[in-house]
Design a protein around this ligand. Structure first.
Ligand SMILES: *Cc1c(COP(=O)(O)O)cnc(C)c1O
Length: 362
């Protein structure tokens, strides 16, 4: 197959075509280097330029203050579920706000490491929303509060950061990282597996305030220790060089082609609104999963009247080049992941198909 599909995969997700083309063009020979990025030392000046640009681009895009470190780690967001409590918990306790499957997993992992408390859990309501501030009480002595800004599986997003007072705020931002501007200074630690919106699988970006880096206990293995990783500028061992290179290209694309995160957010909102309009105007034929104020602009989730129709919908969509629309097995139904790199034309094609499918089957 040489024709690219409309790829609504939840992760690894679609990447900007121009980034893939550039990586392909330069794969055998990075300009000025004479070798592939896959073949050069991670301690060479050539790779140094790549990792430094990746970090500089992230700092510019997100306005990351000086006293935060930007780390490029391995093990996915799932390893951060463990690293966060291993580094920050000590003999204290942490509070978890659970709004979907990933938050639930993060909480379970923290419980293996030490004391963690679920201060709000949306499971009983089938994870359709995030809590109001008056629905949870943060322990002022908690070592940190953890939340998942965008629950990828349920398509539920926090409209604003939870209110946690002075307690350090830790966020799994994997599936909406770089989708809109954020105020980094509200957070103590942000982590994101790159393969949703920032690059390929294999690298996890961690943005951590300096005072938290200092909290890592002495007896932690080096690879799991934020202080060691920060002191070595993510080069304690061989980092995922190719993944970091692609993150550099994606962030360059966000800066130079898109024009920054305000613009990216506008485009993302426009794409999401197109889909939610089809859902809202379908007279109940398409039923959105998340409550309207908590709907994700990255992962749009909905059901059809019957599982039969859902199956038919997915089959016919695929035949029209609209792929990876099946919802996660734990939620069912359909999900369209419309990350930064999904062009508006892809969403238009999906909306047209949804309207037409409803006309024939509604
Ligand atoms: C995909 C995802 C994860 C898991 O990421 P891995 O890199 O596969 O470990 C965790 N949290 C969220 C919100 C995700 O979307």
């Amino acid at each position: 197959m040489t024709q690219r599909i409309w790829n609504f995969s939840a992760g690894p997700g679609v990447l900007p075509l121009s980034v893939l083309e550039e990586a392909q063009r330069d794969l055998l020979c990075l300009p000025g280097v004479g070798a592939s990025v896959l073949e050069i030392s991670h301690r060479s000046k050539h790779f140094d330029a790549i990792i430094q640009e990746a970090e500089a681009n992230l700092r510019r895009l997100l306005n990351i203050p000086e006293h935060y470190h930007v780390l490029f780690l391995q093990g996915g967001a799932s390893l951060q579920f463990a690293m966060v409590p291993m580094n920050l918990l000590g003999d204290g306790s942490a509070d978890y706000i659970i709004t979907g499957s990933w938050g639930q997993k993060a909480y379970k992992e923290a419980q293996l490491v030490g004391k963690a408390r679920a201060v709000w859990n949306g499971k009983e309501e089938n994870f359709v929303r995030t809590p109001r501030p008056d629905e949870y009480a943060i322990d002022p002595n908690a070592r940190y509060v953890h939340f998942t800004s965008n629950e990828t599986i349920q398509g539920v997003v926090f409209p604003a950061e939870p209110r946690v007072g002075e307690v350090p705020l830790v966020c799994d931002m994997s599936s909406n990282f770089l989708s809109c501007p954020i105020d980094v200074s509200k957070y103590a630690l942000i982590y994101a597996g790159a393969q949703k919106n920032a690059g390929p699988a294999g690298v996890t970006i961690v943005i951590i305030r300096d005072d938290l880096v200092q909290r890592a206990p002495e007896n932690l293995p080096a690879m799991l220790n934020y202080r060691v990783q920060a002191e070595n500028k993510s080069l304690y061992n061989t980092p995922p060089v190719f993944a970091i290179y692609i993150v550099m290209l994606v962030t360059r694309w966000l800066l130079n082609t898109i024009g920054g995160l305000e613009r990216m957010e506008q485009i993302n909102r426009q794409k999401a609104q197109m889909l939610y309009e089809v859902i809202d105007q379908s007279g109940g034929f398409y039923r959105g999963h998340a409550h309207p104020e908590h709907r994700s602009i990255m992962n749009v989730t909905w059901r059809l009247p019957t599982e039969e129709l859902e199956k038919q919908f997915l089959q016919e969509a695929q035949a029209q080049g609209l792929h990876e629309l099946k919802g996660h097995r734990s939620v069912g139904g359909c999900r369209a992941s419309i990350y930064n790199a999904m062009p508006i034309e892809g969403v238009q094609a999906l909306c047209a198909f949804m309207r037409e499918f409803m006309r024939r089957n509604g």
